[in-house]
Design a protein around this ligand. Sequence first.
Ligand SMILES: [Zn+2]
Length: 185
Amino acid sequence: MTREIVIFGDPVLRKKCAVVEEVTDEVRELVDDMLETMKEAHGIGLAAPQVGVVIQLAVVDVSHDPECCSYLRVDGKDVEMEAAMPLIFMNPELEYDGQEDVMSEGCLSFPDIRGDVTRPYEVKATVGFLDGRSVVIETDGLLARVIQHESDHLNGVLFIERMSTATKFSLRGRIRRMQRDCRVD
Ligand SMILES: [Zn+2]
């Protein structure tokens, strides 16, 4: 079942999400719904708060893009990117190293807004999988970026806050409009 995607302006997007302590049937159902919702919206990542659930859970699927990373390691072992998709992770803790990179980003909670965001090019993420394992994921490029973008959501951080002042300034009219149009039930 698809769920409604929360649009910017809704305070739920600013919440720090709770750690997932246990993978219940409810969590599994949420994962299925998030995968379906992400696919229908043609997104490459979706975090639980974007469907109004404030827990540290996100889904990612970049399998449409074979160039999305130059390597992917899970617990130190090389893994085929396609085989690891969709990537479903909980409770991420990120470490960075080295270079930064600029890329144009969008977000399903910000229809019609795209802008350049600078982020570390590589990431090392310690995450929980649904089967109970805690694993270390290392990757770069677009995949590293999406993992960072979704992990930000779980901390109530939005991509507009990662934009340069000039980029934000150029988008300010549209951002304000979205905040105004937001309906909070
Ligand atoms: Zn987003």
